[in-house]
Design a protein around this ligand. Structure first.
Ligand SMILES: [Zn+2]
Ligand SMILES: [Zn+2]
Length: 347
């Protein structure tokens, strides 16, 4: 049996690089993709910390990446061998009750499977179930790295941050958390021309990056953040507040700065409960939205990349050969020290 190198969640803490059997077609709707580029997500770090109980031990991590179709099941119709594809972090059957309601994140046979309940993209090959609904053809006009961000980061930013956050032209937006997804939200929010785009995060380098990407105001996360936001908004608070960090302190801040009639959109992966200050919020006509990315915007985002309208590959700061994936995890795991945002793995 032929084998491949794979990054495995063997135990909480650091992952291991192992030799694993190459995946084979198991159902007529499967595709086997030979990976070309993969990346590490903040969610992978949450898994390693033990924050995501659905992930079983011995799973190959990763839900982001691009590759080439290596083998196809008999019933896959949209792809042929050697097609270059973007792998969606969400697997969709395109026909169940959830998929037909545009919520494939909860597809009865799909949803978030890869790098969660089945083997993921941080390996030389991956089996993609329900391939017709779970892969996209790559576009010519955008870099391959930019398209890696269409697996998860950009659809998450657009759907869970911008659309769920009801960003409107002329409105105000605050993003709490300046990781890759927070910064991607800064990119995606500008599709709607907000009047003020405020980034709030601890790391000064990420504040600088946010400014480069078009944030109009950059505020360090800390005790003065509320006062600074209120000064910027005539004491009203912010129309769209996006929680993009996933810890109680950042969710607290979101509740403090949301304006009357505004929206808190949660994007962060939370590993513990938070306080909901309903006693202060019940009469303020706000909406709190939570969502898992559906990747229903992926095709549109690829077209925007193809046309050059968005160029999110600026989020990649580090590149590693897959053989050095453990170094990549060490760098991404201590991102502040290494000034790291998104890390790409090349096969
Ligand atoms: Zn991800
Ligand atoms: Zn479905």
């Amino acid at each position: 049996m032929s084998t491949m190198k794979a990054l495995v969640f063997s135990a909480p803490g650091r992952p291991t690089l192992e030799e694993r059997p190459r995946p084979t077609i198991q159902a007529a709707t499967d595709a086997i993709v030979q990976m070309v580029k993969s990346s590490i997500c903040g969610t992978d770090l949450h898994i390693l910390k033990g924050d995501v109980p659905s992930v079983r031990r011995d799973i190959i991590l990763g839900h982001e990446g691009t590759g080439i179709i290596y083998a196809l099941g008999a019933n896959v119709t949209r792809f042929k061998l050697n097609d270059r594809v973007v792998i969606s972090g969400i697997t969709s059957c395109r026909s169940c009750d959830f998929c037909t309601r545009d919520i494939p994140s909860h597809c009865v046979d799909g949803g978030w499977l890869i790098g969660n309940t089945i083997d993921g993209t941080q390996a030389e090959y991956i089996r993609i179930p329900l391939a017709d609904g779970s892969l996209y053809h790559m576009v010519e006009g955008a870099s391959e790295e930019a398209q890696v961000l269409c697996s998860d980061v950009m659809p998450t930013a657009f759907e869970c941050g911008v659309i769920s956050g009801r960003v409107k032209p002329g409105g105000t937006v605050a993003i709490v958390g300046g990781g890759p997804v927070g910064l991607a939200i800064a990119i995606a929010a500008q599709l709607y021309s907000p009047l003020k785009l405020i980034m709030i995060t601890r790391d000064p380098n990420r504040l600088e990056k946010a400014k480069e990407l078009g944030a109009t105001h950059c505020i360090p996360f800390g005790p003065n953040a509320i006062k600074q936001v209120m000064e910027l908004t005539n004491g009203h608070g912010v129309d769209t507040v996006v929680e993009a960090a996933g810890v109680p302190g950042t969710f607290d801040l979101c509740q403090e700065i949301v304006a009357v009639g505004g929206t808190i959109a949660n994007v962060g992966v939370h590993g513990c409960k938070v306080d909901l200050n309903l006693d202060k919020l019940w009469h303020r006509n706000i909406v709190i939205a939570t969502s898992l990315v559906d990747t229903t915007s992926t095709r549109m985002l690829l077209q925007l990349m193809d046309s050059g309208k968005i160029k999110p590959d600026i989020l990649f700061t580090h590149r590693f050969r897959f053989a050095d994936v453990l170094d990549a995890y060490a760098t991404f795991g201590d991102a502040t020290k290494h000034n790291a945002l998104k890390v790409v793995l090349e096969f």
